[in-house]
Design a protein around this ligand. Structure first.
Ligand SMILES: *[C@@H]1O[C@H](CO)[C@@H](O)[C@H](O)[C@H]1NC(C)=O
Ligand SMILES: *[C@@H]1O[C@H](CO)[C@@H](O)[C@H](O)[C@H]1NC(C)=O
Ligand SMILES: *[C@@H]1O[C@H](CO)[C@@H](O)[C@H](O)[C@H]1NC(C)=O
Ligand SMILES: *[C@@H]1O[C@H](CO)[C@@H](O)[C@H](O)[C@H]1NC(C)=O
Length: 681
């Protein structure tokens, strides 16, 4: 791509010009540069980049300058100063060093001397030294492309073009821009973009024009700078070397000339062949992250932190529990809400086993433990909670083969969760009243009654405290896979010390299972026996203790069974689904025992120990007849007794949330929940 200096004699076309000049025409063009370009005189950091065809003025070293001059002077000749002219067109590139701010710039220079080695780099651009700057004896004209704003020279910005006459204090300067002929507006340029840039410098009729444009653009019709300048005033010797100077300081950039054309006049200027120009190497991006990117990253980090924080807060809230110091000893029985949440797949509705006014029961699965049932009891009072939890926890220590094992608990704000073992068989009421379970045979029913009698007897007598269950009913009797009976739902029970305080005033329970004296004297072992009696009749007859949809004479199960007995056909009361597959004397024993237990005279009722004896046929039933007082009397349905919170709305009541009342001397807490008849359970 070597382009020799062309000395062209335009004898024919420019005879007039040549008439005034004895000089040879002074014109050359470089479309790229080659090593050993003998016409160019380089010094300092300037060098030919052989492989690329670039003229490199500075590399990315600090405090360097480089010069490149055409080695023959441009001789003004004897022409009058007003007819002196020249034109030049060059392409340069200022490439910032990655990660550093670029500086300082390139200048096209006309100088009386090629030796600028005594000049300074940095803001002096390799043109002047501190002593020569501003001195007319410098005999220097420069067109600077300045990428640093030097306050001492009143630079307008760090991206400007200026005309310098013997001084870096520019005679005129403007921010780098070009006139777009197509749009009719000025467009700004970034000198230090690394992209090649075209510069034209034209001098004619004492007017010096400087024009810039991006590489692919045609020369704009309007120059960026235009200034009246008397060249012969600057160069009294009427000669000047033409070339380039560039410098770095602490700010550095790679500065290149890609092509250069020079001529005495605009008309004779040979155009550069843009397609032949070398390409500018782009330094590898080991780029320092830009401030904008840092800001974006910081914002991103903040957003991520906020989101994570939000998730944390959400999770903390989601899994929040209430834990108080007094619970310390119950640690092993305490489950984390998170583990229960996970075990029940987020209390998934599909895993719901039951629902009622007290709350909901969910099926779950805990590692190592296996199937669990989690009962969520909502409560709004913290009052009495301590004792309640203590009772619940102590109940966890009750061990009987027919008690549903209570595994532990968890407390949250407004909520108590009780964890017990999952009973795969479901509750007895499902077998009695739901067609999706097979009906129980008589022997299965009797076995279940024996199981529950045994469990209840244990609660009343076997533990260190008298434990009242308080809510015996078919839906609280659970079955395992082998249809063995388990007494469950201890959340409703509470303790009484042996012998003392057996009667409490608060009444809890379920209609049809509630003894009459409940409202007056409160719960006792006797009320549990009553409820068990009702349960016995229910299991044997396959009917709820009270069924408002039945004809009046059958509505109260106790009364109906009693009537059958009085008519001498006790077994008529039995569940019709059993057909004839039962043992009549067993049925009679169970029904009579049920009637005895549901006697309205508490003292007539047997104890659970006796019940166990009777039901296992270790003892025969005491002699009693339909005429025995108190037997077969139906307990009035306690409609509209507000203190009991009984609710007769359809389905399970949500209108009566568990009411927590502290009552009696020992400030016990009861969660009274009522099951409504006709709800299909
Ligand atoms: C620019 O140059 C002209 C003539 O060369 C001179 O009169 C004028 O003072 C200069 N202006 C500045 C700002 O240097
Ligand atoms: C310089 O620019 C002016 C317009 O600003 C134009 O009239 C003049 O011809 C130009 N001279 C040269 C040498 O380009
Ligand atoms: C364009 O730039 C030139 C030179 O800097 C200036 O004289 C002219 O006013 C500008 N034109 C517009 C439209 O900005
Ligand atoms: C330019 O300067 C020289 C020397 O100072 C003078 O002789 C000449 O007349 C000037 N030319 C113009 C056009 O002002």
């Amino acid at each position: 791509m070597a382009q020799r200096l062309h000395l062209l004699l335009f004898v024919h076309f420019f005879s007039k010009l040549l008439c005034f000049s004895s000089q040879q025409d002074f014109s050359f063009v470089y479309n790229g540069f080659n090593q050993g370009q003998a016409d160019l005189n380089l010094d300092g950091a300037a060098r030919f980049q052989n492989s690329d065809g670039l003229l490199q003025l500075t590399d990315a070293t600090a405090q360097k300058m480089g010069h490149a001059f055409f080695n023959k002077p441009f001789d003004f000749g004897s022409v009058p100063s007003q007819s002196l002219s020249f034109s030049t067109h060059f392409v340069c590139a200022l490439v910032p060093k990655p990660g550093a701010d670029g500086g300082h710039g390139i200048a096209f220079v006309l100088s009386s001397s090629m030796d600028l080695t005594q000049a300074d780099p940095t803001q002096y651009l390799g043109l002047f030294s501190i002593s020569t700057n501003g001195s007319p004896s410098s005999q220097l004209l420069a067109i600077e492309l300045d990428t640093v704003q030097s306050a001492e020279f009143d630079d307008i910005d760090k991206n400007h073009v200026g005309i310098d006459i013997n001084s870096l204090h520019s005679n005129v300067s403007a921010s780098a821009s070009y006139y777009s002929d197509r749009k009719g507006t000025n467009k700004s340029l970034t000198l230090l973009s690394g992209a090649p840039l075209q510069v034209w410098v034209d001098y004619e009729d004492s007017l010096l024009n400087v024009t810039l444009a991006p590489l692919r653009n045609k020369k704009p019709s309007r120059p960026l700078l235009s200034r009246n300048i008397n060249l012969t005033e600057i160069f009294p010797g009427r000669k000047a070397f033409v070339g380039f100077s560039a410098a770095t300081g602490s700010l550095i950039s790679y500065q290149y000339i890609l092509g250069w054309s020079f001529s005495r006049s605009r008309v004779s200027l040979q155009s550069l062949d843009i397609s032949k120009l070398p390409t500018v190497p782009r330094p590898k991006i080991t780029k320092k992250t830009s401030p904008l990117l840092i800001v974006l990253l910081v914002i991103l980090a903040l957003v991520v932190t906020a989101v994570l924080g939000g998730v944390c807060v959400y999770r903390r809230k989601k899994y929040a529990e209430v834990k108080e110091p007094w619970e310390e000893p119950y640690g092993p029985l305490r489950y984390s809400y998170k583990s229960l949440y996970k075990a029940t797949r987020g209390f998934n509705k599909d895993d719901r086993l039951g629902q009622g006014g007290f709350g909901e029961v969910f099926k779950g699965n805990l590692p190592l433990v296996g199937g669990i049932a989690v009962k969520r009891l909502s409560h709004d009072a913290e009052q009495g909670m301590k004792q309640f939890v203590a009772e619940v926890v102590t109940m966890g220590s009750l061990k009987h083969k027919n008690l549903v094992p209570l595994l532990g608990y968890c407390r949250r704000k407004g909520e108590l969760l009780l964890v017990s073992k999952y009973m795969e068989g479901g509750s007895v009421d499902q077998y009695l009243f739901h067609s999706d379970k097979p009906p129980l045979s008589w022997s299965q029913r009797l076995a279940i009654l024996r199981d529950i009698a045994s469990a209840l007897c244990y609660l009343h007598t076997g533990a260190s405290h008298v434990v009242l269950h308080r809510d015996i009913k078919a839906s609280n009797v659970m079955l395992n896979g082998d249809l063995q009976g388990f007494l469950g739902d201890f959340g409703m029970a509470r303790f009484d010390d042996h012998g003392a305080n057996l009667y409490t005033t608060a009444a809890v329970g379920t209609i049809g299972y509630m003894a009459l004296e409940l409202t007056s004297t409160g719960t006792s072992t006797g009320t549990d026996v009553y409820a068990f009696g009702a349960f016995m009749l229910e299991v044997a007859c396959g009917r709820r203790p009270f069924d408002p949809e039945m004809p009046v004479e059958k509505r109260h199960l106790v009364k109906w069974v009693f009537e059958c007995w009085r008519k001498g056909s006790l077994v008529d009361a039995i569940d019709t689904r059993l057909g004839s597959k039962f043992i009549p004397w067993e049925v009679e024993m169970v029904l009579k025992l049920g009637l005895l237990c549901t006697s309205i005279v508490p003292d007539s009722r047997p104890t659970m120990e006796q019940v166990v004896q009777y039901i296992n046929m270790h003892q025969t039933l005491p002699d009693f007849s339909p005429d025995t007082p108190g037997v077969g009397v139906s307990t009035p349905v306690l409609m509209g007794v507000p203190s009991l919170g009984i609710n007769f709305s359809s389905g399970f009541s949500s209108a009566s949330p568990p009411s927590v009342s502290s009552s009696s001397a020992n400030n016990s807490m009861f969660i009274s929940h009522t099951i409504i008849y006709g709800d299909g359970r």
